[in-house]
Design a protein around this ligand. Structure first.
Ligand SMILES: C[S@@+](CC[C@H](N)C(=O)[O-])C[C@H]1O[C@@H](n2cnc3c(N)ncnc32)[C@H](O)[C@@H]1O
Ligand code: SF4
Length: 453
């Protein structure tokens, strides 16, 4: 395994989209084209399956120094209402494009820290969104809560609005690691919020933990998983720490590179975590998730209906996803568009009736085909081109690139299908990279992506 890690530990995308953001073609993109694909996608899918909505709530009171998310650090809570007003204006700009009301199948509040906002302001936001849309019979509403500031009232108010799933950021329970990542968070807080959520009636409580953090060892992983298991979350994100200090606005500077575990140690942390979680009755889902068999992420994987989008893995597949709020990305399946990142610019644009996107990509036919293969691989660890429209002209080169991985035992290539082996699962990002034609045609000269292991 060590040799494989040395060989395959290279910078690579996490494939929440294909093409990945650095490869979007701005020359063929325009706001007009984006809107027309949006209207087409809406017509094709709204009444059949509904739409997904992601709302980015960017504020946090304190900067965690490991965090790669787009956020604004502030202790001033008078930012809440103006931001919510802007998000509702943005939603109106979209709704005005359609002749019928969007049917929301999935709604997720992410951040930053959604629970930075008061329960009353979150209510204002959700009621404002629902005023212009309907929810589907099987809608799933979820949010990310910070264990240090989620109150029982947050959980109750959002439950009353239809939220049934919540995930809490944990990362690691060790005090030294918590200090290094500037996120001191006692177990007691996590226990409280998890128990409150259960008492109120949430059906899925998730915890996010991370391996590969500064100073983290196998013993820390074991201890964190023992403590996690004591609270039995329904699902777990077990993320690989993404070290991307060159990204603007992220604070990954509170420790040195030498404080991070080596790639081999990081891999051992993942293997140990996976073994302990299996022993505790959790099933591995896709790339970095685990779930109990009672959680719908497990049912989705078992019934081959697992999907992956900018929110990560989901059991609710829709063709169309709107991303509201700063930095959010929308996906009409035929195109992507990303919102501006500055709050001031965002407010200014929506105040002037302008959909606040600043870049995007119109998918070619080939992009759409490659995208389906990458989605298949990320969700089911296999893909095939038996169906004619899954064949594309670059496929022979992709298969050539995969040959060495086949020799290394990471996958099996059949006449019209490839299957990832158990040994190959940890290298799924590398396998997807073989399909990434744009990356191969234009290898980046500077660091764009975190390491694959
Ligand atoms: C927006 S945060 C969660 C909500 C809330 N802000 C909190 O911190 O509890 C989403 C999750 O992304 C993950 N995350 C953030 N930065 C990461 C990084 N550099 N590498 C891996 N995971 C990361 C963390 O597990 C975090 O809990
Ligand atoms: S981990 Fe959560 S609370 Fe910490 S900076 Fe990132 S988004 Fe904010």
């Amino acid at each position: 395994m060590c040799d494989l890690i040395q060989k395959y530990n290279i910078p690579g995308p996490r494939y929440t989209s294909y093409p990945t953001v650095p490869y979007w073609n701005m020359e063929t993109f325009s706001g007009k084209k984006w809107q027309s694909t949006l209207v087409q996608s809406f017509r094709e899918s709204n009444s059949a399956e509904g739409i997904s909505l992601y709302i980015h709530l960017p504020f946090c009171e304190q900067m965690c120094t490991f965090c790669g998310c787009h956020k604004r650090i502030t202790k001033r809570h008078d930012v809440e209402v103006p931001y919510i007003r802007s998000v509702l204006k943005e939603w109106k700009l979209y709704c005005d494009l359609f002749s019928e009301r969007p049917i929301i199948k999935e709604l997720h509040l992410g951040g930053g820290t959604p629970t930075f906002f008061s329960p009353q302001n979150l209510k204002l936001l959700i009621e404002g969104i629902l005023r212009r849309s309907k929810r589907s019979a099987s809608s799933e509403f979820s949010f990310e809560g910070h264990p240090n500031n989620t109150t029982r009232e947050h959980l109750q108010v959002l439950y009353d609005l239809g939220f049934r799933r919540v995930s809490f950021g944990i990362q690691d329970y060790n005090p030294k690691i918590q200090q290094a990542i500037h996120r001191v968070q006692p177990f007691e807080n996590v226990k409280n919020v998890t128990e409150w959520a259960r008492e109120i009636g949430y059906t899925s409580v998730g915890h996010d933990i991370i391996f590969g953090l500064p100073h983290q060892t196998l013993a820390h992983i074991e201890q964190t998983i023992i403590m996690t298991n004591a609270l039995r979350p329904d699902r777990l994100a077990f993320y690989s720490y993404a070290h991307v200090p060159w990204l603007k606005g992220n604070g990954q500077r509170g420790y040195k590179d030498k404080d991070l575990p080596s790639p081999e140690d990081k891999r051992k942390q993942y293997e140990t975590g996976k073994r302990l979680l299996h022993n505790a009755g959790y099933y591995e889902i896709g790339m970095d998730h685990f779930a109990l068999s009672t959680d719908n992420l497990y049912t989705a994987e078992a019934s081959q209906s697992l999907h992956r989008n900018f929110m990560g893995y989901t059991a609710s597949k829709t063709q169309l996803m709107f991303g509201l709020g700063v930095s959010s990305i929308s996906d009409s399946w035929y195109s992507f568009a990303q919102n501006v990142k500055s709050i001031e610019e965002y407010n200014h644009l929506v105040d002037n009736g302008i959909i606040p996107i600043y870049r995007g990509h119109i998918l070619t036919r080939e992009d759409q085909t490659v995208r389906r293969h990458i989605l298949n691989l990320m969700c089911t660890f296999e893909t095939s081109w038996e169906v004619a429209d899954l064949y594309f002209s670059g496929l022979p080169q992709v298969l050539e690139r995969l040959q060495e991985m086949e020799q290394d035992g990471l996958l099996e290539i059949h006449s019209e299908q490839i299957k990832v082996t158990d040994k190959g699962r940890p290298f799924i990002r590398n396998i997807c990279m073989a399909f990434d034609i744009l990356l191969h045609n234009n290898v980046p000269e500077t660091r764009l992506f975190s390491m694959t292991v």
